[in-house]
Design a protein around this ligand. Sequence first.
Ligand SMILES: [Zn+2]
Length: 319
Amino acid sequence: MSTNKPLPTATEISAPFWNGLKAGRLTIPQCKSCGHWVFFPRRHCDKCWSQDLAWKEVKGTGTLYTYTLTRVPTLPDFADEMPQKMAVVELDEGVRINTTLIGVDESEIKVGMRVKPVFDTVSANGTALLRFTAADKDMAERIDSTPAALAAAAEAAASTAEVADKRQVRFDDEAAMKSLVSEAYSAWSNQIVVDQALIDEFAKLSGDDYWIHTDPERARKQSPFGGTIAHGALVQVLQSRLRIPLDYEVVGFNNMVNYGSDRLRFPAPVPAGSRIHARTRVKSVEKLPKGMQLTMEIVTHVVGSERPSVINDLVILYM
Ligand SMILES: [Zn+2]
């Protein structure tokens, strides 16, 4: 997959660094004459001017040297990262690296805190960016956007859902079904990236190739959103790829019919390159002559955004 966010271009000098990240390794040049660690990568040691350097793998642990939070995206494509936690990390080897912090709350960030690297795969060819998170954080929830990783994540989510202790509710038990109705939403699903490649595929499939979706250059200049956005209908159907954890399971029915949607709204745009996730709640349950009808409100948001991008009141009939 690709994104409209600018990505690094490896040069002859920096290629070993980027290739290392692809393999989940942080490598940095070290001077063979004086032992000094050199970063950013260059041809010579910035301490003794020797050109005798060797790439070495390092652990990547370090401390937060300084940081700042950006609350207005520098490009619309970065809207899903707000607030972006831009940071300078000092590795234990002494070099400082410009990076972004992920997986930490604003309130947890302290200058001098211990950090560790996160290899964040951002495209199908394996391009990875070096991010950092707090040393005590588990970054397992960071899901990369490659199709293989998505499939693995969906499988993992499904198996977690199976082992979880779920309340089983018979579809024809009206009182039990009505007890599922709630104002409170479920936990969030996994996250996926809606990138330009996916939007282009959907444009081809649906025939809706309006420039606001498919022409990043024109959209950057003319769109009120400052860049391309996903089709609302695309974001809606991507709900199938989002595994929303539920603490109940409806059982005992012979047939489950998807009756469509009572309400479908697209209140906020999804800029190309955004990460989305969804959550849900049971809005209503109604006993009909044909069976039990359940209306599920599914809301899909750009990660970090208060306002939903899709509100879908999905109507399901259990018979
Ligand atoms: Zn040196």
